[in-house]
Design a protein around this ligand. Structure first.
Ligand SMILES: [Mn+2]
Length: 321
């Protein structure tokens, strides 16, 4: 059942001992949203299969208590945060659960007791709106975590909407945190040396496809595909796809710059379409998305991504400029 912010908090209040569960490789949006909800309603933040570099920093800096690979059976209720598919929770068995999410394709909501979906640029914005509806205060640490979630999920405001800025301003007013404090925390995150090497390799091995003024870059590395895809769009690609393979699962991370999005590219939709072709799962946002499929040939999946992208670009006026 779909609920609004008020419906969401009224229902949550019925439960105690709640697990606020993040998607695998949890990012600051997932951690910040889960942490803020756990602080407001009582409960604990759960993560499956670790979290990303910036999220780890946030957990240390804010001393967020987390439980690794929790069993939802140990809790009265689970709230799945910032997560759209069961695959993103690995094979964890959910009992009764609710969902709060901002991904346009969210299959988890089908079996949820209730769900709150908003077309927002981050789950953090939705969580803040829940708190505002409750007229609940926002403490410093949850405030910092929500701001970090908005900054990272909007790609440093590249994909921000007017609403992202409005919510950010209200969070700053409410929790008394300086925006610069959060920037300091985020920028002090050291970059892992293996990540820097992977990113350089991705650039070195990149294949480039050009259609008029749009450049699509693809590459294959063994890990850090998401950051590498981001870097490829920073150094010149309008659209990038980086593939890697682990335990027979091919994972592709895709990124698009504003120029790519304006030319008609929607990474979330492309990843969904390509993943369906291979009976896998995929999705995400306009500018950042990913897919997981079972298979052997990474290049074949990358070629399919490029094929779908070219088809879109050929059919839109911007792509023919
Ligand atoms: Mn998110």
């Amino acid at each position: 059942m779909e609920v609004d912010e008020i419906g969401f908090y009224n229902r949550i209040l019925d439960y105690q001992n709640i697990l606020f569960l993040c998607h695998r490789n949890a990012d600051p949006d997932a951690i910040g949203s889960a942490y803020t909800l756990a602080q407001a309603f009582g409960g604990i933040v759960g993560i499956v299969d670790g979290c990303n570099r910036v999220a780890k920093m946030l957990i240390n800096e804010l001393e967020i208590e987390i439980v690794n690979n929790p069993d939802p059976g140990d809790y009265d209720f689970t709230v799945v945060v910032d997560t759209s598919t069961q695959v993103q929770l690995n094979e964890i068995k959910l009992g009764k659960y609710a969902v709060v999410d901002h991904h346009s394709t969210c299959s988890l909501k089908d079996n949820a007791e209730f769900f709150l979906y908003r077309n927002a640029s981050s789950t953090a914005e939705i969580v803040f709106n829940i708190l505002e509806c409750m007229e609940a205060p926002l403490m410093r640490k949850p405030g910092i975590s929500l701001i970090a979630g908005i900054i990272t999920d909007t790609g440093n405001f590249k994909y921000a909407t007017p609403q992202s800025f409005r919510v950010l301003a209200r969070i700053i007013e409410k929790c008394g945190v300086e925006y610069g404090e959060v920037i300091d925390i985020l920028s002090s995150t050291p970059q892992d040396i293996s990540m820097r090497i992977a990113t350089l390799k991705a650039a070195m091995r990149a294949n480039i496809h050009r259609i008029d003024n749009i450049i699509i870059a693809t590459s294959i590395i063994s890990s850090f595909g998401g950051s590498a895809a981001g870097v490829l769009t920073h150094i010149g690609a309008d659209v990038s796809y980086v593939g890697s393979k682990k335990d027979g699962i091919i994972r592709i991370s895709g990124r698009a710059r504003r120029s790519g999005i304006d030319a008609g590219v929607n990474m979330g939709k492309i990843m969904e379409e390509v993943s369906e072709h291979y009976n896998g799962t995929g999705g995400g946002h306009d500018g950042a998305a990913g897919l997981d499929v079972i298979g052997e040939d990474i290049q074949d999946v990358l070629d399919k991504c490029v094929g779908v992208t070219l088809k879109i670009l050929k059919n839109t006026p911007a792509g023919r400029n």
